[in-house]
Design a binder for this molecule. Structure first.
Ligand SMILES: [Zn+2]
Length: 221
């Protein structure tokens, strides 16, 4: 398929093949055909087995893709809500450079917060610094965290789908203004969330988002 070479048809060899068959007795011919058929049936069986496996793999991958965080956690079409990115930033309270493990989205209190991939709520409640906070387990060692909420709309153990509203933006915990602090974690280690907005950004928006998130002045924590 795709880039494979076309099958070469050699008229000479197929002529010789039929020539050979025409010299066989009927009994020999039947034997020969049944042997060939058997062989063909076996290879069809093997092929269909491996096809089943492929379908299964594709299905599993599809589930995995639905679970992975792949959208922005708040409506942010013009990207104006991006306040600060991931990496070393000046702490808004202590004014020293400090590692910022997530991305800050400035938004009015009460703005909807979306689950960024399918998963199960593994934490919903108050956490030191993060205030009212939700953590979603997406499987494949992925988690996302949504901090400083004014209201949590899910409970621990609940299954959520990508795009489902899980809470509202707020200013709880260590926060200088209403915003959503969003983290993506792989095996417990924070990842740069910029790499997890595959589904809702065009290439141009992606470049713009990269540019905006480089700004280091506006961390809201
Ligand atoms: Zn933050």
């Amino acid at each position: 398929i795709f880039q494979a070479d076309p099958i070469e048809i050699n008229p000479d060899s197929s002529l010789r093949y039929y020539d050979k068959l025409s010299h066989m007795s009927n009994a020999n011919l039947m034997d020969y055909i049944s042997m060939k058929t058997n062989h063909l049936a076996k290879s069809i069986y093997v092929q269909s087995k491996s096809y089943d496996e492929l379908v299964l793999l594709a299905k599993q991958n599809e589930n995995r893709l639905q679970n992975l965080p792949a959208i922005q956690p708040v409506m942010n079409k013009d990207l104006r809500r991006l306040a600060s990115g991931y990496g070393y930033r000046v702490d808004p309270i202590y004014h020293v450079k400090r590692f910022h493990a997530g991305m800050d989205f400035a938004a009015p209190s009460g703005t909807d917060i979306y689950a960024t991939g399918n998963g199960k709520v593994s934490f919903a409640g108050w956490q030191q610094g993060y205030g009212m906070c939700v953590i979603i387990n997406h499987g494949s060692n992925y988690e996302t965290l949504y901090a400083h909420q004014s209201k949590i709309l899910v409970h621990q153990g609940q299954s959520v789908k990508r795009g489902e509203v899980i809470g509202l933006v707020g200013n709880t915990g260590k926060s200088t203004a209403p915003h959503l602090h969003y983290e993506v974690r792989l095996k417990g280690q924070p990842q740069d969330p910029r790499n997890y907005y595959l589904l809702d950004l065009t290439p141009e928006q992606y470049d713009e988002m990269i540019r905006l998130s480089e700004n280091s002045g506006n961390v809201l924590d």
